[in-house]
Design a protein around this ligand. Sequence first.
Ligand code: FAD
Length: 382
Amino acid sequence: MTVAASPTPHSAQGPQQVVLLGAGHAHVQTLVQLAAQPLPGTVVTLVTPYPRQMYSGMVPGFMAGHYPLDDCVIPLEPLVQRGGIRWVQQSVVGMDAQKQTVLLDDGSTLRFDWLSVNTGPTQDRDVLERAMPGAREHALFVRPIEAFGALWPRVAEMGDARALRVAVIGGGAGGIELALAVRHRLPNAAVTLVSGAEPPAANYPARVQQRLLAELKRRKVTVLQDVAVGLKAGSVQLGCGADLACDVPLLATGAQPPAWLATSGLALDDRGFIAVDMYQRSTSHSRVFAAGDVSTRMDRPLARSGVYAVRAGPALAHNLAAAITGAALQPHQPPAATLNILSCGSRYAVATWHNYSAQGWWVWKWKDWIDRRFMARFQSPK
Ligand SMILES: Cc1cc2nc3c(=O)[nH]c(=O)nc-3n(C[C@H](O)[C@H](O)[C@H](O)COP(=O)(O)OP(=O)(O)OC[C@H]3O[C@@H](n4cnc5c(N)ncnc54)[C@H](O)[C@@H]3O)c2cc1C
């Protein structure tokens, strides 16, 4: 099904201002698309704080020591240059959807005719501090991933000098991969996965849970099914009342929406993420698009995931261009099932697709091939 957008230019004169917030997976693909097919009559501005985009799928491999950091990042400079895009290297801290403005962290305001948001999820320090007093001071946060990527080598160095006690807090796919990556990089460390109220990988099929639990056990990662309720220097307080001795509490709990969305005026889902339709367009403001983990498809709420973020890129680029030029929008159809591969620290991984699963060194090779192929599109664009 397609639908026509009505191109009612907001700017009375001059070019249309198109603002892209964040350089997430969908936007790096949009940048490539804009370089190939520029949008006439527009000025495109990218607002994103870091000079590169770190690919989270390769972060566990970077931590484990399989990849240098450069292999895991997409440098943004070549992409913006090729597309003739204006780049504002700042963070968004506010938005007024009605007035069509965004507020940047230097206090300046940027007006837009068309906006696309791909800023990803955050680990909201205030929210996490309330749930786990001491988190702000003592935790190592996995987001922003750029900051984590800079800190991890220092942790690894400390771990080379003495046996560390590392607690990974969060039993989802990210937490499991991180715990196994720590174990591989720091064989002398005591590694504990604090999985929360549920067992690790609770949202995976039972057979996959068994596979992952067996790998955690085989690799001597202790699993505690308990919630972390506080952090102190040298320990994690657990819901059962016990203290877990810990030098490095690594926080990999579920992500929150950016706080600035709450006052943006955009329609949000019940968790605070941007509500979008099948065209990835805000359900409340038709000049605003959003993709990736910052958004929720209201027609298919379960379509939120990183895989979705990657696959949403080409559709977002098309629909943004179509809306601006008045062409037909196309619904984005996330696949019903996606291939999900979790690395196990060493060059070994577990794959899931529908209810099928497999594991082995060859699965890791497969993941490595997929990840490198994805990155090659951006690292050396033709
Ligand atoms: C260790 C780890 C491993 C993972 N592995 C996988 C995997 O293998 N497969 C998978 O599908 N998912 C994986 N995920 C989940 C995945 O990281 C997210 O689902 C994915 O990053 C979401 O993509 P995104 O494009 O929405 O946002 P992101 O990739 O988070 O990109 C957000 C962008 O916005 C920028 N930004 C952030 N805030 C602002 C702001 N205020 N103003 C301007 N710009 C801003 C950031 O700098 C960044 O450029 C993993 C997560 C972790 C932590």
